[in-house]
Design a binder for this molecule. Structure first.
Ligand code: TIU
Length: 232
């Protein structure tokens, strides 16, 4: 190939450049694959969104999750949501916009974006195993007001494979938080989705631009190939 460097064996073919990860120091971080965002009647739809836009991320995430489980990689799932008394929900979030239902209102899957309700839980296809870590977060970023930083330190994690929804909101916010804390983030492009396809595309571009200003972007096939080569 002209003007291109062959990636090292086991490297992920990523943009802006291939990256080789120390796999024991790598975790899979799956952001907010909750019924509230993915299914009709949840928080995402109350904001006026077409939730069917997010379905495309489920299969690629499922494939990487299966590989991570096979290799014993640390798997962390996050969920955005609030305590039933809304004490962790700032008025600025509760009052925002003109949704059809507000956070805490009763909906078809229970109270909107409230911990413990059916809509708050993770979709069955990607449901966490008992051995996996679930981080409940009140904000868009997974580090804000959570134990995520302590968990990553405890397990000696330096690198994150990041996927989930939505690309430009909770995925991007979390990647920016992680990048400032010194983690190398590889965002799985087809394992993320947005209600707005153009925001998905730009959200990924923002991460990998300027030499990877926030991290790297690779598709699930590239991540799976590197995981396979590294463990065989
Ligand atoms: N609305 C939207 O695109 N996303 C969120 O509110 N939260 C997450 O991205 N999880």
């Amino acid at each position: 190939m002209l003007n291109s460097v062959e990636p090292a064996k086991g490297a992920i073919s990523a943009e802006p450049e291939p990256i080789t990860l120390d796999w024991p120091a790598t975790a899979l971080l799956i952001i907010d694959m909750q019924r509230d965002f993915m299914e009709p009647g949840g928080f995402g739809e109350t904001l006026g969104n077409d939730v069917s836009q997010l379905a495309r991320a489920v299969k690629p995430i499922g494939a990487v999750l299966a590989a991570a489980r096979d290799t014993g990689m640390l798997v962390i799932h996050t969920r955005e949501g609030h305590l039933p008394d809304l004490s962790d929900a700032p008025p600025a979030k509760l009052e925002r916009g003109a949704p059809s239902l507000r956070i805490g209102d009763p909906g078809p899957m229970g109270r909107i974006l409230i911990r413990g309700e059916a809509g708050h839980d993770i979709i069955p296809e990607l449901y966490p195993l008992d051995s996996e870590i679930v981080i409940d977060k009140p904000g868009k970023g997974a580090f804000y007001a959570t134990e995520l930083g302590d968990v990553l330190e405890k397990y000696g994690i330096e690198n994150l494979l990041v996927c989930g929804v939505t690309t430009e909101v909770c995925v991007n916010t979390t990647v920016r938080e992680a990048n400032d804390r010194g983690y190398r983030c590889v965002v799985i492009s087809d394992g993320c989705a947005s209600y707005f396809p153009e925001f998905h595309e730009m959200g990924l571009k923002m991460i990998k631009a300027q030499g990877g200003i926030f991290g790297w972007v690779a598709d699930s096939a590239a991540v799976l190939e590197a995981m396979k080569v590294s463990t065989t």
